[in-house]
Design a protein. Structure first.
Length: 349
């Protein structure tokens, strides 16, 4: 397979795990000679998503998306998100009888439920139909795979993640203010209600709390937690240096499917404290690189004793080259599945 088109509603200027995963995977695929193209909201007029204006919703229709997919001329179509572009691209592929894969990045029903009174069953019913209409749905972890299979999702394929070990590494010195008391307990990621950041900020911990990231909840948390140091969004080496300045990375989310930030923190030598839920269970598990507990405060304090070099060694088990190969193998397998089913249907005629 020499060319892949990735359709995604999540793209710049968003800063999140979905965007980073797609970019790093594409870079690794291109390095092996695969042409990778992107169809994103940057090609269209957009509107801000209600309750989450950083997410832009594309204003277009199926005819335009069909023409753009044709013009890219790629062998395989991968739909990364369930937004307007993803829905239209899936519709185009189904009508043309062409194979495509999807990926399940976020626990969308839980995110919606955190903002609106929408029953989880309604959201999962729609998502099940969307993802089952393709020839494969890629998921990051065994926990997520088991959860979705129990909810009736089919053709699930594993697509793990990686970390840029040359960027995310221990750095000398600290980018944090000198007067911040140690130890530093840090959260990095989107500052939004579904990330459950208040569970971290409400803890009674020694030293300081630091929140790195931007999002719709940032100003409210700044107002409500004046003793916490909020840095805003960070990128590149600046982001990596902020990770490295922490003593414990606290991950309070209950809804993430993986958590790229877990690998980035570990690669910088920072141990993790988290709840024993999907994502941390898969990445941290029994590696000894973090502490998982229903009591987040106990986990955060216990994680202080974990050697930083051990954390980095665990992170180095994850590479973007391996992740990209897994992604490519899934795309090839999806075509085999599609051709097998098409052959059976023809034989039954």
């Amino acid at each position: 397979m020499s060319s892949i088109l990735i359709v995604t509603d999540a793209w710049h200027p968003q800063i999140n795990g979905v965007v980073r995963s797609l970019e790093r995977t594409a870079e690794a695929l291109v390095a092996t000679g695969v042409r990778v193209e992107f169809l994103t909201p940057q090609a269209f007029k957009t509107l801000p998503c209600p309750t989450y204006p950083e997410i832009r919703l594309s204003l277009t229709h199926r005819g335009i998306v069909r023409r753009m997919i044709r013009d890219f001329g790629c062998e395989h179509l991968h739909i990364a998100t369930e937004g307007p572009l993803g829905i239209l691209a899936a519709s185009v592929a189904r009508k043309a009888g062409e194979p495509f894969t999807t990926s399940y990045h976020t626990r969308f029903p839980e995110y919606v439920s955190a903002r609106l009174p929408v029953p989880l069953s309604w959201s999962y019913s729609w998502l099940r139909r969307f993802h089952n209409s393709g020839s494969g749905c890629m998921v990051a972890t065994r926990s997520l795979e088991n959860d979705l299979r129990a909810r009736g999702f089919n053709n699930l394929m594993r697509w793990s993640r990686g970390v840029d070990e040359d960027l995310f590494k221990p750095y000398e010195g600290s980018v944090l203010p000198d007067d911040l008391p140690r130890p530093v307990f840090m959260y990095v990621g989107r500052v939004a209600v579904e990330k459950n950041i208040k569970a971290f900020l409400d803890l009674t911990l020694p030293g300081s709390k630091v929140v790195v990231g931007g999002g719709p909840q940032l100003e409210a948390l700044r107002r409500d937690y004046p003793d916490t140091h909020f840095t805003g969004a960070k990128l590149g080496e600046d982001l990596a240096r902020h990770y490295s300045a922490g003593d414990v990375f606290v991950f309070p989310s209950l809804t993430d499917t993986f958590g790229n930030v877990l690998l980035e923190a570990l690669a910088c030598g920072v141990p993790v404290a988290a709840y024993p839920v999907m994502g941390p269970l898969d990445v941290i598990g029994d590696t000894g690189a973090g502490v998982l507990s229903e009591n987040l405060q106990e986990a955060a304090e216990a994680a202080l004793d974990i050697p930083r070099d051990h954390c980095r060694n665990i992170a180095l088990n994850y590479t973007w080259a391996a992740s990209a190969q897994q992604f490519l193998d899934n795309c090839i397998a999806a075509h085999d599945i599609h051709n097998t089913l098409a052959g059976r249907a023809k034989a039954a005629e």
